[in-house]
Ligand binder design. Structure first.
Ligand SMILES: Cc1ncc(COP(=O)(O)O)c(C=O)c1O
Length: 423
């Protein structure tokens, strides 16, 4: 590599806010793992070391489902491996059919698919606020939404932020910009570190009062939570996302669902009115100038929606039970997990970066793959190991997970936060 390249890397390593992750990168064996073989949720990572996967967001466990894999070859025969048009020019009919199906599932007039939630945010958020609009960003919202907001700011929009749930501050900001006709509140539907739900009831009330719209990034919630939750089925029915889960409508909402998690398919969609769909087609750069989802992902999304119709609620029930089993077992060991909803994201608090690296390596050696999250993924000093469960995990794998955390407790000498939250 050239000296010029080396210099660029060194300068960035010194000043970039990701320095801490950079420092952890070489110390944590859980990063940059190469999967040599996959059998269910068992992953072979070296010739003789297998780990159980608690790091994938493959919530419904569809990645190896025979109904999913069987569909790919036929679709490729029909459409080719990749529709290499940008969507502005042309799309296989499968796109249009999927968009209609997604819109029907979540309950909007229309939907528009792009390959990822990130591309939707980068395309849609700057398009919505134009040169003079205002973005009000939830600080716990996903980093990709923040990056998109910075692009909008670069175009002239105003960017302000509020702490998750600080609705007084949000109301003050909305009031300050009362006269501006383009106000967009940016939140996650289900938060990616805690499984918490955004307080959409209050956010929508404020949005209506101040004539703003709410952009909801539901990368995690789509496929996992749905309408009509009850005590027996707290995840609801049909997996049609957080807005339906909370019994709300889409009057002032742009709902963004991700399919690369629950549906194991490289696609994402924005659900909206037909008028907004046309607006996005003409104003969002990734629709006009970027490549589309590959055929295999469109095919598996279609099959995933079939599976959702036939057995999605059974998979979600299983997922909730496994998550409850894991959360109880780990909390009983004295660890703190900030999860009030039962959603299959369990962030186990570890503390500082040194303990985090030690803990991550211990679990990896004990055969557990997790997501290691130091600052800036989380607040400073609140480093966590994030576990994500899938319906394809087994009870024995969860028992193994709990046993590994028990071993870790011995290693850390009981040096863990012991005030577990009530479930
Ligand atoms: C809340 C949230 N939004 C967006 C993304 C990015 O999604 P995508 O991979 O579809 O760009 C993620 C990824 O994990 C996420 O957790």
């Amino acid at each position: 590599m050239s000296e010029i390249m080396d210099r660029i890397i060194e300068e960035n390593s010194r000043e970039n806010r990701r320095t801490l992750i950079g420092g952890m990168f070489s110390r944590v064996r859980q990063y940059d793992v190469t999967a040599l073989e996959v059998r269910g949720r068992q992953i072979r990572v070296t010739p003789d070391h297998w780990v159980t996967d608690f790091a994938s967001c493959n919530y419904l466990g569809l990645d190896l489902d025979p109904e999913m894999t069987a569909t790919v070859a036929e679709s490729i025969d029909r459409w080719g491996v990749h529709p290499s048009w940008c969507r502005l020019v042309a799309s296989p009919e499968l796109y249009v059919e999927l968009e209609e199906r997604l819109a029907k599932l979540v309950g909007t007039e229309a939907a528009l698919i792009l390959p990822t939630v990130t591309l939707i945010s980068i395309g849609v958020i700057p398009a919505l606020v134009g040169k003079n609009g205002v973005l009000l960003l939830d600080k716990s919202g996903h980093e990709t939404m923040y990056e998109a907001a910075k692009i909008a700011r670069d175009n002239g929009a105003t960017l302000a932020s509020f702490v998750q749930g600080d609705l007084d501050r949000l109301a003050t900001l909305l009031d300050q910009h009362r006269a501006n006709p383009r106000k967009v509140i940016l939140v996650d539907g289900v938060y990616s570190m805690t499984g918490d739900h955004a307080d959409l009831h209050e956010l929508l009330r404020l949005a209506a009062e101040y004539h703003a719209v709410v952009y909801v990034d539901d990368a995690h919630g789509f496929g996992v939570v749905g309408e009509n939750p009850s005590t027996a089925t707290p995840f609801g029915q049909r997996g049609n996302g957080i807005v339906r889960h909370l019994g709300l409508d889409y009057d002032n909402v742009l709902y963004v669902g991700g399919c690369s998690k629950a549906y194991s398919s490289l696609a994402a969609f924005v659900a909206c009115s037909k008028k907004m769909q046309t607006f996005i087609k003409t104003f969002a750069t990734p629709y006009d100038l970027s490549g589309p989802s590959p055929t295999a992902s469109l095919a598996t999304l279609w099959s995933g929606l079939d599976i959702n119709d036939s057995r999605g609620d059974v998979l979600r029930e299983r997922l909730w039970k496994l998550t409850d089993h894991a959360a109880r077992g780990i909390r009983e060991l004295g660890y703190r997990i900030d999860n009030r909803t039962g959603f299959p994201i369990l962030s186990v608090e570890i503390g500082d970066p040194d303990m985090l690296a030690t803990a991550a390596n211990h679990l990896f050696d004990a055969g557990i793959l997790v997501t290691t999250c130091p600052y800036p993924m989380v607040a400073r000093g609140q480093d966590v190991l994030r576990l994500t469960l899938t319906a394809a995990n087994t009870d024995a794998e969860v028992d193994h997970l709990i046993a590994a955390f028990s071993g870790l407790r011995e290693l850390l000498g009981g040096n863990i936060t012991a005030d577990a939250l009530p479930a």
